[in-house]
Design a protein around this ligand. Structure first.
Ligand code: NAP
Length: 309
């Protein structure tokens, strides 16, 4: 077997521990060689408190995976690329659209891989949904993404800071799926954004889009759902209705479940990163982030009650 790529994980928080560490441990292609995080660490793995020191001390580490919040990510991604390392970044790929383009250009100049990952695209039902929709006549698209922020983001102040995206932090997952499976490009036409009086990012958003043939599409994102958590995309077609639920993990057509296999988003993401490195290419799709940026540009804002954990 070829030697595995030594990889460093940056930002040891919830998603690094829940998904990245187990996915790398199971990978035949990567081995976790070190971490960089101000406070977090993984037992048995050399830990640095910043990426600069790690890159200097461990020149044999060829890949870096960034699990920090979006506004903390650009400087480290740039640093790693300038040091000749391949880079994978968590979603959303940046705190602004322009910084993602800048990273893509840098990776291209240096002949390195930049993988701006969208984990929800790797959910079990998504590729099946895309296949089923091919050639169908879509008449309506509805996204409902409702979850309890206190449960999923306990104590995470960064989601409420500029660049943290608020409810778009989970909502962008729906947009990453929709841009992947919808047969045509679409654009935002209207947004209503609910901002808690004491916060800089929205807690809820009602979005309207139109696709290239005039089909209306809507998305209702809400972080105030304390009961049933819903992550659903319903696509009504002349030939039947497709429903992706559980964030893309489950698929049904006209109410009949479709067998899609088990959900292995993060192992699939690392397999894709390995493939990109092998092919010396990048995968950077800014469409989901562009829709979010458009919502902030076109959005009508209204104030709602303050949010506290
Ligand atoms: P998190 O638990 O807050 O972890 C992020 C870690 O990054 C922190 O623990 C912190 O570790 C480090 N960090 C560096 N600079 C920071 C800063 N300025 N502010 C806050 N933390 C900073 O966040 P997460 O839930 O893992 O999310 C990280 C990224 O993964 C986000 O882009 C998110 O959208 C994405 N993601 C999250 C989930 C999920 O279920 N949570 C799922 C998929 C994707 P140190 O203090 O040790 O530096």
């Amino acid at each position: 077997m070829n030697e595995r790529h030594r990889i460093a994980l940056v930002g040891i928080g919830k998603i690094a521990r829940d998904q990245h560490v187990p996915a790398i441990a199971d990978s035949a292609v990567f081995s976790l060689a070190a971490t960089a995080s101000r406070n977090g660490r993984i037992d048995g793995i050399e830990a640095f408190t910043n990426l600069g020191r790690l890159l200097e001390a461990r020149p044999e580490i060829s890949c870096v995976s960034l699990c920090t919040p979006p506004h903390a990510r650009f400087a480290d991604a740039r640093r790693a690329l300038l040091a000749g390392r391949h880079v994978m970044i968590e979603k959303p790929p940046g705190a602004s659209v322009a910084e993602v383009h800048a990273l893509a250009a840098l990776a291209s100049d240096r002949n390195l891989t930049l993988f701006a990952s969208w984990h929800s695209r790797h959910a079990a039902g998504v590729s099946h949904a895309r296949e089923w929709l091919n050639g169908k006549s879509v008449t309506r698209v509805e996204v409902v993404w409702r979850e309890d922020v206190r449960h999923w983001h306990p104590g995470q102040d960064w989601v409420w800071e500029p660049g943290g995206l608020g409810v778009f932090d989970p909502g962008i997952n729906a947009l990453s799926i929709l841009t992947e499976i919808h047969p045509r490009p679409f654009r935002l036409t209207k947004a209503d954004l609910a901002f808690p009086a004491n916060r800089d990012t929205p807690i809820a958003a009602e979005l309207e889009f139109v696709d290239a043939t005039g089909i209306e599409m809507s998305a209702a994102l809400d972080w105030r759902e304390e009961r049933t958590q819903i992550w659903e995309i319903r696509i009504v077609c002349a030939e039947g209705t497709l429903l992706l639920s559980d964030g893309g993990a489950r698929l049904s057509i006209d109410g009949e479940p479709v067998e899609v296999g088990s959900n292995r988003e993060y192992p699939s993401l690392y397999a894709r990163f390995a493939e990109l490195i092998r092919e010396r290419t990048s995968d950077v799709d800014v469409r989901p982030l562009t829709h979010v940026a458009d919502a902030f540009m076109l959005g009508r804002r209204y104030e709602v009650e303050p949010f506290n954990f």
